[in-house]
Design a protein around this ligand. Sequence first.
Ligand code: ADP
Length: 300
Amino acid sequence: MVNIKAILGDITKQGNVDAIVNAANTSLLGGGGVDGAIHRAAGPELLEECRTLYGCKTGEAKITGAYKLPCVYVVHTVGPIWRGGNSSEDELLKNCYINSLLVAKRKGIRKIAFPSISTGVYSFPLNRAAEIAVKAVCDFVDAHPEMFDLIEWVCFDEETLEAYSKQIKKLFGESKEPVFPDDDELADKNRITVKTDWWKTLDMPEKHEVFTFKRTFSPEQMEKLKKGHIPEEMEDKWFWYMEGNTLYAHRSWTGFCIYIISFSEDGNHTVTVNRELSQYKETIIEKDEKLINNLLDCWS
Ligand code: ADP
């Protein structure tokens, strides 16, 4: 079970984590605040590696080595600049956390420390930022319960510590360990392997395809499918969620690739696939079709 907490401290001194997150700017070439502190502590090699990344968009994340820092990696994410709240600031801040965790996950990182992204020079209101940050982490942990051992915020002042501690207490309870009472109930009822369905609505404008495939299911097979008889060995590689006659299957091992399969009585089923292009370059529909058929063989 993942330990989620907020502590007071200097993020550049954290040796108990595999990675620290940097609240960088889009150039990734260093700046003030926590960014400056990280570059100073890591030494000039960090800047050299950052130069090879050609910047980073707001809400996205990239990873480098940590050089002289006491951890192994630095995840660089770019928080939104506060412009009053109507410029997608909330969504972009949430993306920073989700993308940082995804990038970290791909490197096998299990312990990670965040600063309070965007609440310094970028002026995001502190309590609002803390609420979004903790909720994003909570949702991620909920969908990937075995992925991390420690996710912490290293807060530079008491006020920041209080804001994050309050939200952690609200979402994770006194024990600071995640609790999911409603989800367990749901899982029991329907044998759904995924704890939440937050990923269903992820916005992935990069790639969006629709195709139809033919397959007939007996009523018994359909019933089994709805109950979620997912093979054990696939449980941590796929997340799925059945809603009515629609199956949401998230191939989550290396990045986002979500298949939304609408089953139809006539055996012609519609599949919408959204994929993260940097991870899933293949866009061959026949391959998707084969993959889905293989999964359905296992699941039905
Ligand atoms: P942003 O530009 O995203 O607002 P800042 O670096 O200006 O980033 O501030 C983000 C937060 O990081 C602020 O709460 C700031 O006090 C804090 N901070 C600055 N230096 C450190 C440090 N060495 N360790 C942890 N947090 C830090």
